[in-house]
Design a protein around this ligand. Sequence first.
Ligand SMILES: Nc1nc2c(ncn2[C@@H]2O[C@H](COP(=O)(O)OP(=O)(O)O)[C@@H](O)[C@H]2O)c(=O)[nH]1
Ligand SMILES: [Mg+2]
Ligand SMILES: [Zn+2]
Length: 301
Amino acid sequence: MTALQGTVLERDGAVYRVATAAGEIRAVLAGKAKRDTARVVVGDRVRLEPDPEALLHAIVGVEPRTALLERRVPEGRGARPVAANVDQVFVVTAAIDPAPIPQLIDRLLVVAEANEIAASVVVNKVDLDSGTALRARLGRAGYAVYPTSVRTGEGIDVFAAALAGRTSVVTGPSGAGKSSLLNRVQPGLQLRTAEISARGRRGRHTTVSAVMLPLDAGGYLVDTPGFSEVGLWGIDPAELDSCFPEFRPFLGECRYADCRHRTEPGCRVRDAVAADDVARDRWESYLVLLEELENEPEEWE
Ligand SMILES: Nc1nc2c(ncn2[C@@H]2O[C@H](COP(=O)(O)OP(=O)(O)O)[C@@H](O)[C@H]2O)c(=O)[nH]1
Ligand SMILES: [Mg+2]
Ligand SMILES: [Zn+2]
């Protein structure tokens, strides 16, 4: 007998809503899964033992995760899992209106990198401004950039194709056009994602958990207030450099093994900035985030 497999879409208390080949079912943790798994989260792929009455099925096992998006909360003493098996993160920014904040984009990219989730950038509202400099900046850093306009339809098909068949998180500042974009890709999508503002970058504590929304083209959108609230908590300052893809060729080549690429002599990252092999303002973003991580209050670690 082949065990029933499924993907967790949502959790409501002790009950999980799970997508299976036979349709959506409701299930609770049972036996070994209950003991071994501190928390089964949205996105987890689970093994199920069907309930003969077909009411509440039993989750008896959890497959190894490919990625785990974790939210680090000050009062949480460590990380809380938000969603598992996320394939990719799209950071959405407007080309203009509201003006893009490169630092905020970099911060969200770092959160994705720190969680080892592939990240790309959507530059929306290209009907208002081509966003050439912004696109070049991010492309140079190694990110795929999707120029889009909900107004003219430019780039929507390409973005929709990038979502199809994958599990994605879409994040970015309020007003960038996330809701408009996703509704254009799939009209009627029931999003509830909280917005972030440039000011409240660390976000507010929220108890709302993530939900996976199935896409008609296959794949899922992870609707989570978690991502923008993940923040930088718990990222080791020594690991921040590897969250900047364009720094990676130079890492390990500095004179000092523990180089933070600030003012240390023999720093290859700074050499690369001086030679314009690495964009200066990306390095400046790194320095701002480094400062923040190094000054993180002890009790938040
Ligand atoms: N000109 C233009 N306006 C857009 C585009 N996409 C969204 N908007 C507008 O930008 C505003 C914010 O969009 P919304 O989807 O609510 O952004 P969100 O906060 O990121 O979800 C709305 O007034 C949209 O109509 C676009 O591609 N071009
Ligand atoms: Mg919105
Ligand atoms: Zn260095």
